[in-house]
Ligand binder design. Structure first.
Ligand code: LMR
Length: 340
């Protein structure tokens, strides 16, 4: 090969390599000299103004302060670095060291994570928090270790509600023939099927456009995600349904974790604990604020399910329990139901 050809071949190869590691680049543990600063890349898909976005920034501030600058946390919001699927791959490859996916996105690894999507399962936000902090939630959080991922905390967001562009959704029958975006297949597809609707899995970053161009008619999310993603610009109806939850697990990877000293691990755990308390306090506050903002915008027609509407949905969604109780594990469902 001539020199010029070799040069171009190398150029193409390096561009290709850069593209491959684009979702985070460099392995945080590989070439660390003894006193080199530890860089922790934290990638997530939502806006900075969300509970997850704010808590990630709080974690950054705490870690940098408490480590006296020996650790740096680089936060990448809004799928800037990685989208839904890529962030999981990037974490496993140690191209990023922290992510906080909605647990629905982890069902491909551990089906029990679909628990949060079980319709009308938890009695309240507090019941969900207590479940996550109790033995079943902790067991679930640790269940990813064989896949090289280590759960550090549960960051709940809150209840999901339906939006769509076609008609008010007051009864299960109103869903017939509509198509909804799901975060991940499986249980959520079954949920929409039980309501007579179709579904399509789309990455979070693709949802606004899919709603805008009619690829899907509707979606389900927390008030805060509906607000910060500006879905009201491309949706006409919102049903306050609280039919399921959207919650996160903060994950690191075992390779990165095991490269830290016990003191460094302790520092990260302590900061995570503080950031978690902050996230939980914010989740409620920001979802309420977003609900008021959505109302005040006048852009969507809002319907709140009554008790008897809820009963009709619970009945219509029974097939989901039939199909998924064993897949998730009855002991998890029972513990979630018993949680107060
Ligand atoms: C979604 O995909 O709707 C959510 O998981 C996004 C998020 O992380 O809150």
């Amino acid at each position: 090969m001539s020199k010029i050809k070799t040069f171009f071949a190398l150029l193409v190869l390096s561009v290709f390599t850069l593209t491959l590691v684009g979702c985070g680049g460099g392995d945080g543990t590989k070439t660390k000299a003894k006193d080199e600063k530890i860089i922790i890349k934290f990638s997530h898909v939502v806006a900075e103004s969300t509970p997850k976005g704010q808590a990630a920034l709080k974690f950054k501030q705490l870690v940098e302060e408490k480590s006296g600058g020996k650790m740096e946390v680089q936060v990448f919001p809004s799928s800037q670095l990685c989208g839904d699927k890529e962030e999981l791959e990037a974490l496993q490859a140690n191209n990023v060291q922290l992510i906080a996916p909605s647990v629905t996105k982890l069902v491909g690894f551990v089906p029990a994570f679909q628990l949060v999507d079980m319709p009308f399962l938890f009695a309240s936000d507090q019941a969900a928090y207590n479940f996550y902090d109790g033995p079943f939630g902790q067991k679930l959080m640790r269940s990813l270790e064989p896949k090289g991922m280590l759960g550090l905390a549960w960051w709940p967001n809150g209840a999901k509600h339906f939006t769509n562009s076609k008609r008010p959704l007051k009864t299960p029958e109103d869903f017939k023939g509509l198509k909804f975006r799901t975060q991940s297949g499986g249980l959520l597809d079954a949920q929409f099927k039980a309501l007579g609707a179709g579904s399509q899995t789309l990455a979070f970053a693709e949802v606004y456009q899919a709603l805008q161009n009619g690829t899907v008619d509707g979606q389900e999310n927390t008030f805060n995600n509906i607000d910060t993603q500006k879905y009201v610009e491309v949706q006409k109806y919102l049903t306050v349904s609280s039919h399921g939850r959207l919650d996160y697990v903060v994950l690191t990877n075992t390779k990165f974790w095991n490269s830290l000293t016990p003191e460094q691990q302790q520092l990260i755990s302590d900061c995570m604990k503080e950031a978690t308390a902050y996230e939980r306090q914010l989740a409620d506050e920001l979802n309420n604020k977003s609900k008021e903002k959505i109302k005040a915008s006048g852009k969507v027609e809002i319907y709140e399910l009554t008790e008897s509407d809820r009963a009709a949905f619970i009945k219509a969604l029974e097939p989901v329990y039939k199909e998924y109780t064993d897949k998730i594990g009855k002991e998890y469902i029972d513990a979630a139901r018993a949680s107060k």
